[in-house]
Design a binder for this molecule. Sequence first.
Ligand SMILES: Nc1ncnc2c1ncn2[C@@H]1O[C@H](COP(=O)(O)OP(=O)(O)O)[C@@H](O)[C@H]1O
Ligand SMILES: CCCC(=O)OP(=O)(O)O
Length: 363
Amino acid sequence: MDRKGLAMKVYKIVAINLGSTSTKIAYYENDRCVLKENLSHQSSDLKGFATVWEQYDYRMDAICGFLDAHGIRVEKLDAFVTRGGHTKPLSGGVYRVNELMLEQSRSERYGNHPTDLGLQIAWGFARYGPVPLTVDPPTTDEFEPLARYSGLAEMPRRSSFQVLNHRAVGKQFAKDQGKDYRALNLIVAHMGGGITVAAHKKGRLVDANNGIAGDGPFSTNRTGTLPVGALVDACYSGAFTYQQMMRKINGEGGLMAYLGDADAYRAEQEAAKGSQKHREALEAMCYQTSKEIAACAAVLCGEVDAIIITGGMAHSLMMMDWIRRRVEFIAPVALYPGEYEMQSLALSAYDALRGMERIKELV
Ligand SMILES: Nc1ncnc2c1ncn2[C@@H]1O[C@H](COP(=O)(O)OP(=O)(O)O)[C@@H](O)[C@H]1O
Ligand SMILES: CCCC(=O)OP(=O)(O)O
């Protein structure tokens, strides 16, 4: 109730986050998280889908199962907010999902990831009432001019990474330190299904490896940077279609290629039981991540206030030790295991619904 005894509006928000190895769902009332679930998906389940789009029913079942189990009625929701998909480069913030966004996401021109399905799902639910929203999409682009050079004029480097969690964790770290995010130089490494490392220069994401089909460290299911000549040879060998090559790079690369399983937690358990193969693959992934962190230190001319490691793999003490040993000469290392994405999605939607944050549209 407000001071006049009038009932205050309670905004009801569902947030979804389709990671490459998980589906995360939360239900918020205003800024309060009422329910949250993290469904992790087995590599063996996902292996059967040739494309992200084929996962639609599988992911929908997970989401509808959550809504049904908790009696959440879609027509009573104010917003359905999802981690974003791939569109042309845009500025960060809260966006209403629109036809143009869906069309660009479907085209795969700017990248492809299960989050692209998230846009479709939010749009589908919008017909029952909730506003379909997305926040800090992965193609949020704040790169500086030098970061765009690749070595070929027609192939500029592009911004494509877990912007939502990067920004949320950077802000959380600054808050925990009693500092202003825009006054700090940070290196953030997100270690989820994909691994992306970005230089946060006074609140701007000025350089990062492309987490979809680009560069940087290999991850649970992605190759990251590959030897260029060998890659071109494989493309022209006649042994693979375009789709098969793309899937090798994003889906069947990284731990999946070395160990036949994209689950880092299981790999760590195997390493603990004595498997040298599992131990070395995990250590190599951390070695490459450390190299990427050190590269971002050069981007920031060595003026680094902190290195922050986040994502599911930041839970692993063994992996965090390997990275810390290689990079703590640069700056103190802070661990933020898991993600701040669900909170960031829901709270941004809440601010947008009550007019505290502008809702943008892709045009
Ligand atoms: N305690 C842990 N130790 C090691 N790895 C972990 C741990 N918890 C989660 N992980 C790993 O983190 C990865 C998933 O990270 P997450 O950020 O949830 O990814 P996504 O959102 O991209 O699906 C999985 O490979 C999982 O095995
Ligand atoms: C644009 C990169 C998104 C990404 O890699 O997310 P996951 O770690 O959830 O696969």
